[in-house]
Design a binder for this molecule. Structure first.
Ligand code: F0G
Length: 355
């Protein structure tokens, strides 16, 4: 059996690994592409889910972080810094811990999910909550990296995009070709840019016959790319993509135009409904920011944009366990209350309608 060695070693020829000894890896990548018959049935397309929650820290960030941390160590960095809505901070803290260096992480106060906060703390990150939003955090992180001996590991660092494009390589290999459409959440648009690059490389190499139309989605209250202007006070339940001024704005527009792509906005209610649908019918639990890919597919299928039988891949970027609070809420906002009965077989049988 093939033993997966992490994206830098698996794709050494493509990512230009010079010195295998400085590779900082937790075995990221190699995530499943899961057929989603329930979504296929609903939309008429042939739908697959690329489950990036299966990475070591539970999100796609690990693909880029292995490259960013390996390069940082190669250059002798003693500390890395990032701004984050949660997942980048979890990943940076874990990879920095593995490398034996410091990660400073700047997050918006009270606006990141508990699972992600826990990860940054347990991995020994120097966690600082900023009274501001993600965009404020990124500005400060960039200024610090410009003026002090700390290495920036946000996706404005090209090493991050290089690592993240490997997910597109994997999809092509798992599917036997690139899909017709690729649906993906958009915050800073780094990952949207990375997949586009990965797909284009595979087509140029002749490994795939097409580049998919790249469809990116933002939450309605946080949709600068859809509105065409910066959103000053972005709001959404999808805290991962609560970003008003995407760092890769220009690259994302280029990628959209080159792939006949699209940016759409989705309401929080539809994001949460899609999260529940994916978990309940496909068996994949993702955080709200990831479920927007599913909501986006339903939206575009309703709009009649997806031809019957089209091959569609949805990237779901982060694991549901990072931000589980939404699972325990009913659609009307009330709390889910598990049934409690006495320790009696007949009572359980009766509650389960078995008797
Ligand atoms: N999905 C999840 C779960 C994310 O955490 C992010 C970004 C995205 C999608 C969007 O990716 O920014 O490349 O467009 N999270 C960053 C963070 C901002 O700090 O963890 P993008």
């Amino acid at each position: 059996a093939h033993v997966w060695r992490g994206v830098l070693r698996e794709y050494a020829d493509r990512l230009g690994v010079t010195d295998a000894s400085t590779v900082v890896t937790l075995g990221e990548g190699g995530t499943p592409l899961i057929p989603a018959p329930a979504l296929s049935q609903r939309t008429g397309a042939d739908v697959y889910v690329k489950f990036e929650g299966m990475n070591p820290t539970g999100s796609f960030k690990d693909r880029g972080m292995t490259v960013a941390l390996s390069r940082a160590v190669e250059h002798g960095a003693k500390a890395v810094i990032c701004a984050s809505t949660g997942n980048t901070s979890a990943s940076a803290a874990a990879y920095a811990a593995h490398a034996g260096i410091t990660a400073a992480v700047l997050v918006p106060e009270g606006k990141i999910a508990m699972g992600k906060l826990s990860q940054a703390v347990i991995h020994g990150g120097r966690l600082i909550q900023i009274r501001g939003n993600f965009d404020d955090c990124l500005e400060i992180a960039r200024e610090l990296a410009d003026n002090y001996p700390v290495h920036l590991v946000n996706s404005v660092n090209p090493d991050r995009i290089e690592g993240q494009k490997t997910a597109a390589y994997e999809v092509v290999s798992q599917l036997g070709d690139a899909p017709d459409f690729h649906f993906i959440p958009v915050g800073n648009a780094g990952n949207y840019t990375a997949y586009t690059r990965g797909y284009r490389e595979e087509a140029e190499r002749g490994v795939s016959t097409r580049v998919p139309r790249m469809f990116g989605f933002q939450a309605e209250g946080s949709a600068p790319l859809v509105r065409g202007e910066v959103v000053k006070n972005p709001e959404t339940v999808a805290s991962a993509i609560r970003i008003g001024n995407p760092a890769s704005w220009q690259l994302a527009l280029e990628a959209r135009d080159a792939t006949d792509g699209w940016f759409g906005a989705i309401s929080d209610d539809r994001i949460l409904a899609a999260q529940k649908l994916l978990a309940g019918t496909v068996g994949v639990f993702v955080e709200p920011g990831s479920a927007i890919s599913v909501a986006g597919l339903l939206d575009r299928a309703e709009a009649g944009v997806i031809p019957a039988g089209a091959k569609v891949v949805l990237t779901v970027t982060g694991h549901g366990l990072k931000d589980p609070q939404w699972a325990l809420r009913n659609a009307d906002g009330s709390e889910v209350t598990p049934t409690v009965v006495d320790a009696s077989t007949s009572e359980v049988a009766s509650v389960l309608d078995l008797a």
